[in-house]
Design a protein around this ligand. Structure first.
Ligand code: ZN
Length: 254
């Protein structure tokens, strides 16, 4: 009985949240104003190296994201307001709730709700209106050489992004941040989950290029640049990355 009541209350909350979420999602891709993209820094491994690295970060480290979105908007014939306004939300002391280990729909939904509640309590943003919040969890590469998967929640316009606390990785981190940011706006992955290889044609930055390979750029939602039939490389930064036509359509740029 209690369980039934709990589930019923949970469903009511979900329905109310869903309505607000749907409105925010729709507004996020209207592109009437540059969309605020707040980035928050979190010490993922609690180490002093990571803390030191985070203290050295400034808004300038994330400005390439704004420049990339402006250039890409222009390439699709959109004005600069069809772009983003990157804001540095500062260092957060609190750790966000960890994503579920499995992909059960209910667990993911619950985590999404917890994450949004946590975000509401912990991450201040300037001004009203629809805004995206991206939480960057930094890890010292000397302690951890592989990072867990990042997640961008379209529901709630929230991204959880694992990144390396290293100057050498900063440009690649920005590619991952844009990837997860675009997920929050409804863009889908464009790589084969089994092989991690970009899917043709949507995962190719320039699918009508002749000859097709090697490609010079990575499509941002594919994440890698196809070089040969079975070799793809990680782009060094956003200057080696483009937004493909399908991704542009998904974020309402067409
Ligand atoms: Zn993805």
């Amino acid at each position: 009985m209690f369980k039934a009541i709990r589930i019923f209350i949970l469903l009511l909350i979900l329905a109310a949240v869903a309505l607000g979420t749907w409105r925010a999602q729709t507004r996020a891709v209207e592109w009437k104003h540059a969309l605020p993209l707040n980035v928050y820094l979190i010490n993922g491994d609690g180490s002093s190296v990571t803390a030191e690295y985070m203290r050295g970060l400034t808004l300038a480290d994330f400005k390439p994201i704004e420049a990339f979105m402006q250039e890409e908007a222009a390439r699709y014939g959109r004005e600069s307001r069809a772009s983003v306004d990157v804001r540095l939300g500062g260092i957060l002391a609190s750790q966000p709730p960890a994503p579920p280990g499995n992909h059960s729909v209910l667990e993911v939904m619950l985590w999404s709700l917890k994450m949004r509640w946590w975000s509401y309590l912990n991450a201040d943003s300037r001004g009203a209106g629809t805004q995206v919040k991206i939480f960057l969890l930094y890890f010292d590469p000397a302690l951890k050489n592989r990072l867990a998967h990042s997640t961008g929640l379209q529901k709630g316009l929230i991204g959880w992004v694992n990144v390396f606390a290293s100057r050498d990785m900063a440009a690649q981190n920005n590619v991952v941040i844009v990837h997860e940011f675009l997920h929050t706006l409804g863009a889908t992955d464009k790589y084969d989950a089994a092989t991690n290889f970009p899917v043709f044609p949507d995962g190719y930055a320039i699918p009508d290029q002749l000859p097709l390979l090697p490609q010079r750029f990575a499509e941002v939602m594919a994440g890698r640049t196809p070089i040969t039939q079975n070799v793809a490389e990680t782009p060094a930064g956003l200057d080696e990355t483009l937004i493909g036509k399908e991704t542009a359509a998904e974020i309402n740029w067409k």
